[in-house]
Every structure is written in C-alpha cells, then in structure tokens.
Design a protein around this ligand. Sequence first.
Ligand code: PLP
Length: 287
Amino acid sequence: QWIYLSGEYVDKSEAVVSVYDHGFLYGDGVFEGIRVYDGNIFKLEEHLNRLYDSAKSIMLHIPYEKEELEQIIAETVRKNQLETAYIRVVVSRGAGNLGLDPTSCIEPRVVVIAEALALFPKELYERGVRLASASSRRNRPDILPPQVKSLNYLNNILVKMEANQAGVDEALMLNDQGYVTEGSADNIFIVKNGTIYTPPVYLGALEGITRNAIIDLAEEKGYEMKQEPFTRHDVYVADEVFLTGTAAEVIAVVEVDQRQVGDGKPGVITSHLLSEFRKITTTDGVQ
Ligand code: PLP
C-alpha cells in the first residue's frame, strides 16, 4: 500500500512522522475523510474547499495549490488500484519544538492514505442504529469553531466512548445550551409530519458534505427542508431520524435514549433519500 507523505509515495511500513510533529503533540492540524465510489472520488472539490477553509481558520498554510493536492489524491487512489475506497487527508503543523508555539514548525506534513473501505454492515442499514445522548458537549463555536475539521477530536471521542458504555451504536451530541448538534462523526436529521429538519451549523456542527448533498437532494425531490434548532425532545417524538456522513452515508436511527423512533424501523423518507443518494455517489465524482 502506497501512502503519500509530503512529496513522496512511500510504502505503508515507512509512512511515519516525527514525535515532534505538533499534530501528534497537540492535535495541531486539519483533516478530511473522502470516499471513492467505482473509481470516482465523491465531492472532492467540496472536501478540498473545507480542508483549505479549516487550515485557513487555524492559520495553517497548506504548501500546495488545491489543484495540486487534487492530483496527489487522485494519484494515491490510482497507485493503490482502488475502485472503492476511503481516503484520509491529513495536514499537520509539522515538527517543531516542544512548546505550543507553532512558529518553530517550518514544514507542514501532508499525508494522503487511501485504503479499501470497510463498509458498514448491510444489516445495520436494514435494522437502523441506536443512539444515546452524551453528557460531553460540543465545544462552543466561539472557542474552536466546529466547522474546522481539526485534529482535535476529543469532544467526539468522549461522546463515542459514552455511546460504547451505553451499549448503543452512536452518540447524540448536544451543545452547551442543550440543542442537538450532531453525532460523533455524522450529522443528524429528523422528520416530523413530512418536513425534514437538520440543525444549523452555527449551533455546533461540522458542515458535512453528505449533509449538504442530502439537503440538496431533499429539496430537489420536493420535500420541505428546514435548518432549525431542535432539542432531544424533538428527536424523541420525530417520525424518522437519520444520520449522514462520509462513512455512514445515510443511516436510519431507530432508537434514541431508549425511546423507539416511529415504528422502530427505518422510515420511508430516510430510505428514499438513501436510494437517491446512492444514485449520485457514482455520477458526481472526480475520476
Ligand atoms: N460531523 C463530524 C464531527 C464529522 O467528523 C463528520 C465527518 O466528517 C461529519 C459530521 C460528517 O461530515 P461529512 O458528511 O462531510 O463526512
């Protein structure tokens, strides 16, 4: 397996970075997760825009033009002869002194990993997932904007651990005011009386590429689609709940905090959006 590592393609066994890298020492960096469907890199431009925006927000200079990085990503997929894959792009501040100050980090590290995708089991899509709300909260947008996909994922890891402890598949993350924001690595949607709702990102969610694709699809298919704040109560009494993300695509939620959602089976609108989403994954990509 070839890994792109700051200018070279190296074997997986040689793809190592310094222990002085501030990505490792402090979580100082940004990343993206991208999918390849039948040789097409899905929404590559959107992912690159988010990566460069995240980097800009934390004043991290990515040492390539977007087009160059696009080529590098495509080449990494090609070199590994992958048709269906998951790509991880990481840009870290690079190696420096032990102090927090990033001015000693001269050269950002750019890593691209592409590997065969471990798909979520099919039965999970048929049965739907169970959620539990976590006590750890999404950090406030004025502290570290959740729109920055940074290497600091402790919030998300802590809620995922809470979900594991509760014996469910995924966590429901709230913000400091108790509004629903997202899952540990997915955005959330609810359906009530035929209208689809997702939280506005300013409440504390990553602006998911899959989220945006689903908003567009929902509108295109004639559903009423609203970005409005909602609470756990609204999730409990929703007719349908689903999560979206690069890894999860669109996945139904059938239980939240031990309350059954709807009739306990993936909902009709959720299933419709999943099938429509699957239609665009192979046609909306970069080859
Ligand atoms: N929310 C968080 C915190 C994430 O890490 C992700 C995954 O990237 C998502 C939501 C879903 O975003 P996307 O659809 O771009 O994968």
